[in-house]
Design a protein around this ligand. Sequence first.
Ligand SMILES: O=C(O)c1ccc(O)c(O)c1
Ligand SMILES: [Mg+2]
Length: 658
Amino acid sequence: MRTGIATVCLSGTLEEKLRAAAKAGFDGVEIFETDLVTSSLSPEDVRLLAADLGLGLDLYQPFRDLDSVPDERYRANLRRAEAKFRLMGRLGIDTILVCSTVAAAGAAYTDDDGLRAEQLHGLAELAAGHGVKVAYEALAWGTYVNDYEHAWKIVESADHPNLGTCLDTFHILSRLGTGGPDPSGIEAIPGEKVFFVQVADAPKLSMDVLNWSRHYRVFPGEGQFDLPGFLGHAARTGYNGPVSLEVFNDTFRQADVERTAVDAMRSLIWLEERTAKTLAAASARGTAHDGAVEPTPAQLAQASRANAMRLTTLPQVAPPAGLNFAEVKSAAGTEATGALERLLAQLGFAPRGDHRTKPVSLWTLGEARIVLNHQGAAGVAPAISALAFDVADAVTAAARAVQLKAQPVPRTSQANEEILQAVRAPDATEVFLCEDTRWMQEFGDGDASPQPAGSARIDHINLAQPWQHFDEAVLFYSSVLALTPEASQDVSSPAGLVRSQVMQTALSDNAAGDGGALRRSVRLALNLAPWIQADSVKGTLRDTFQEHIAIEVDDLIAHAAACRRRGLPFLPIPENYYEDLDARFGLDPEFLAALRGLDLLYDRDAHGEFLHFYTATVGSVFFEVVQRIAGYDGFGAPNAPVRHAVQFAAQSAARRAG
Ligand SMILES: O=C(O)c1ccc(O)c(O)c1
Ligand SMILES: [Mg+2]
């Protein structure tokens, strides 16, 4: 599959954009007109630079408001177009994108497909003289032409070899459900008349489509559109030109250009794989079109034409089977590290000893394993530095991650030590891929057996994400680790709104809990807030974010009582919360008193009930203890504002105290 990216996706100057696109491995770019007009590089310079970088210049865009206009305006448009064709000659670009007209109020436009076909034919004829091809795209907000079928109908009747259509996923998929045609109709367009394919994802928002498009597009896999389904249709036409990202996004426009380009490339690698799988699944079912079990000769021909795109796949991984351990980095011998160790002991964790060769110690509670890494710099507050997933085949999982442009973490391992595969997540957290817990033998007395004391495990990990890398993180965890993103939720905090994005494995009876309730093996929550900065190296700005590790226990009330006896500093919960809880749920007074007495929080969903509590924060880390009763499947989201408010008050008090 030929990969491309529009310069409008990236921040910086045209030169920076081209260099970043080439470095990330793109085959080509679309030059967005503003990027060229504002550049100090001449068209010849751009052509040379791109050639030097091994980057194709695949498209020039956009050319606006050509069609449906009165004759005089049309002739002016042709003059304007001819100047662009000459410019494209200097750039060495052979395809221009023409988008459907957005009529200005009061002007004398004509809504007539015959006229539009004639005007596009005239443009294509002019283009042919310059060796240029015209790709006509329906903008979702085009005044007369706003869906791909209509654009194709006009292109078909204009019938000029230099005129084809441009398919843009945003304009097509944003109109599903509001009168736009189904994307399966794309397969009726001959592949050679599809001159260009642009892809963008987007979250499902209810807002006007122009603003949705201009500000909220994201890279494939970061939103909610069915892009593999779309690209499968495009592939079945026989199209084998560029699949090019065109993402207008307020965050990407200001984020680091090289990172964004890598994120973009990852999204296309992911999309290519998903599309190949979608096509293979459809042909295996033999029901791609008409429900026939055996593919018809026409279907077979179509399937082989789809190979024109030469979709490649990646090493396959199953979703992780659990969270193997979490690591907190904390400088040796500091007050904060002492506080952290006290907190773990009060939570019931037992110290299992130091690592044989590294300044790292292991604490366990049942199956919950927390590694304290003392290699943190002094003056840097404790922070979550790594998480480890249980995978069936670590080498394959790491190979997949690296193909998806994740950065491998180089490890220095001594002889006889387990070699753990690890890659870096977008927020710099190390992500380990583990097949077992043999690594535990390198600690203390070398006993790798689980603790007998009750059963406990890591329930979820909550990571704060810098706003610059939030979408990138969602794609990272879904493409690399096969976690599924849920719809995000906004949680109020005194400091502002926090967006909470859950990424998790499917409900499964392989991991059945009490009473056979379905469970999930991995739950991760990503928090996005504007005050979480990308340049705040983890733990240096202790006030900018808090993250936590949640431990699941079987009897939360008993566990909380034991923690209290050990002197654990609980996060204190305000009385107003308990009054509201009683109003909402009408709880048994004795039970309510138990909750109140222990600073416990409570929630209920369609499955069951949830009990949880939080500890005080050390550095940027705190702990949560939870109990899921009868398959409760949430995170106590209604209680999150209470937690944020109490933590905010504690931080303010700490700041005032100096
Ligand atoms: O927002 C726009 O105007 C615009 C321009 C060119 C495109 O290809 C597109 O998809 C949108
Ligand atoms: Mg477009």
